[in-house]
Ligand binder design. Structure first.
Ligand SMILES: [Zn+2]
Ligand SMILES: [Zn+2]
Length: 305
């Protein structure tokens, strides 16, 4: 902690969320840290967080986990290895179980770029010290370029996942302020779900090129259109402007999933265009009153044009 931080007022209230993200920024799991917990486990906090976060992974084989020195300790790597995960992380000097690595000072004295490593054959864990001596990565014309181990490259790439998630989230996060202390947590979780769906949407529709702002506003418009069934009461629109991407609710009509016919107590006007029937039947998912012959047509896109 530097001087500036010491002078700054400490944050008395706040919350901490642990998150596990892919390099795309997709969040697989998160935990709210509620301060010191009562636990039987002798493992340090970092180990407990990582291992419980990974419980969502069904098949550990084929996954590599990356974490920073807050979580890392020798025992954690051992636990992950036993479970079948591969893991890479930076580690603090005092958590290496006294691994006889050369000290940074010792290594620095040698070549421009040098490293020292030890390999635990039994647990298959490698600890290495990689040092760029004074002058760092900048290369003079006379000097050969420094090659970077792939491991470091991968670490930097995958460690950015959580930052990327946060970056996407903070661009247009929910701005409605609530008075309750937990309000910011609720909005944060909603924001996180939006970011995850945005990432999935882009995976499925890479050519759409939708920005996060557009994506968020599409969600809002779709909910507004849902308007507690008001759209349904006024009848289904015959055509939807093609410029609007906010057809989430509209598209749901044609997804061919779980459209179940149910009966109401009272009769209502059939929602299918030009039908004058007054059935009790309606689609539970679309919340649209439909008579039996109109039910398949309502869910068929070719009738919508
Ligand atoms: Zn339906
Ligand atoms: Zn009808």
């Amino acid at each position: 902690m530097d001087d500036k931080r010491k002078r700054a007022k400490p944050i008395r209230f706040g919350y901490k969320l642990w998150a596990m993200c892919a390099d795309s920024g997709y969040c697989f799991n998160f935990f709210l840290y509620c301060g010191k917990e009562v636990t039987q486990s002798k493992n340090p906090l970092g180990t407990r967080v990582v291992t419980s976060m990974l419980t969502v992974v069904d098949n550990p084989f084929g996954y590599t986990v990356h974490f920073d020195d807050f979580f890392s300790n020798y025992n954690l790597f051992k636990i992950l290895k036993e479970k079948g995960f591969r893991a890479t992380g930076t580690i603090r000097d005092n958590r290496t179980e006294k691994c006889p690595l050369k000290s940074v000072k010792e290594v620095e004295k040698t070549k421009r770029v040098t490293h020292d490593h030890r390999f635990d054959k039994k647990n298959k864990i490698m600890l290495s010290q990689y040092v760029l001596s004074k002058g760092g990565i900048k290369t003079r014309k006379s000097q050969a370029p420094i090659s970077q181990p792939k491991l470091i490259n991968n670490y930097n790439k995958f460690m950015g996942g959580v930052d990327h998630h946060d970056w996407l989230l903070e661009k247009h996060s929910i701005a409605i302020k609530g008075k309750k202390w937990y309000w910011c947590l609720i909005t944060r979780i909603v924001d996180m779900a939006v970011i995850n769906s945005f990432i999935l949407y882009n995976l499925l529709h890479p050519k759409d090129n939708v920005s996060i702002k557009e994506f968020r506003s599409n969600i809002a418009v779709a909910y507004l259109k849902l308007g507690h069934g008001r759209r349904v009461q006024k009848g289904r629109p015959l055509s939807i402007p093609s410029t609007s991407r906010a057809q989430v609710v509209y598209d749901v009509c044609f997804d061919e999933k779980n459209h179940i016919l149910d009966k109401r107590d009272n009769k209502r006007r059939c929602q299918f265009p030009l039908c004058k029937g007054k059935p009790r039947t309606f689609c539970k998912k679309c919340n649209a009153t439909l008579c039996l012959p109109c039910f398949p047509k309502y869910h068929d896109k070719s009738y919508a044009k």
